[in-house]
Design a protein around this ligand. Structure first.
Ligand code: R5P
Length: 296
């Protein structure tokens, strides 16, 4: 048995179990309860004194509830004398890492502050929306990239014709370039404009006709799917062949998955940072590796 204990939160039981297996670590005995009014309750049963405990809790929707569960769990573990390491595969609120409009709260800054206050000693997430976000944490915070896993999956599973790697927005330029480098592809990014008040998304761009060329759309997350749908419509109009989409975090709210497929995407591939029908890539080995490296 290793020095670690793993505490799978109610949002990530499978990932927690897989990580425990990969690290040869024991699982912390916990009870979770959700009251009819949607308040959460956590009960710690195991003895965790002087143990390093990795808490695994992804904060996909309902994000506020999952964040509260993370707070409760980490606070109790810390109170009982554990060193708490939080693994939050999908970190909610990471997109609000700036005051885009005057008066907006930098939600990620508040979250970072609260995570510290519940006793978390380090945080690991996957593909944080922007590396700028890590600057809000006053304790060690890391983001590991699933881009190599996504690239490897595409290499093994798709035979694409002269594919172009494409980010649906300029903000994803580094990400798509990293993906493209791994597969030796050309890459580009679209000019996506999101109305800061209504949330409406439009593509204000022009590209040369793709003449049947296949496209891999690369993004960090798919939430409503609107960005991917708009990009797909734009690409089809400009002569794209097959279109597949890869992302790290598949929130896929409501009908997003179907709507994306209906818009013309052949397949959506994501990691299991969030459970979803698209979550085909297991991040466990990458995460386990991160913790093993920390231990050295
Ligand atoms: C935006 O900057 C992100 O990288 C994603 O493109 C965006 O959050 C996806 O949201 P939705 O699926 O709702 O368009």
């Amino acid at each position: 048995m290793s020095d670690w204990l793993v505490a799978p939160g109610p949002a990530s039981p499978e990932l927690g179990e897989k990580l425990a297996k990969a690290l040869n670590a024991e699982i912390v005995d916990l009870e979770f309860r959700l009251f009819p009014d949607a308040e959460s309750k956590v009960r710690l049963i195991s003895d965790v004194r002087n143990k390093k405990v990795i808490v695994v809790q992804s904060t996909y929707p309902p994000a506020d509830m999952r964040i509260m569960q993370l707070f409760l769990l980490c606070h109790k573990l810390s109170e009982e004398g554990a060193e708490v390491l939080a693994l939050v595969p999908y970190l909610a609120y990471a997109r609000q890492d700036r005051e885009f409009q005057k008066g907006e709260v930098i939600s990620l800054g508040v979250l970072a502050h609260l995570l510290r206050s519940v006793g978390i000693k380090s945080l690991l997430t996957i593909d944080i929306h922007s590396s700028r976000g890590l600057g809000y944490f006053s304790f060690p915070a890391y983001s590991v990239s699933a881009i190599p896993l996504l690239a490897e999956h595409v290499r093994k599973n798709f035979e694409l014709s002269n594919p172009l790697a494409l980010s649906p927005d300029y903000g994803g330029q580094n990400r798509v370039q990293a993906f493209a480098r791994l597969l030796n592809l050309e890459s580009t990014a679209l000019k996506k404009v999101r109305d800061r008040v209504t949330g409406e998304v439009t593509i204000e761009d022009s590209i040369p006709n793709l003449n049947g060329r296949d496209v891999v759309i690369v993004d960090d997350m798919i939430s409503t799917g609107t960005s991917i749908q708009r990009a797909t419509k734009f690409l089809k109009k400009n002569g794209a062949g097959r279109i597949i989409t890869v992302c790290t975090h598949a929130l896929l709210l409501g009908n997003a998955h179907n709507d994306i497929l209906t818009a013309g995407v052949e397949e959506v591939v994501a990691t299991n940072s969030i459970p979803s029908p698209a979550s085909k890539i297991d991040v466990t080995p990458m995460i386990a590796n991160h913790y093993r490296t920390l231990e050295r």
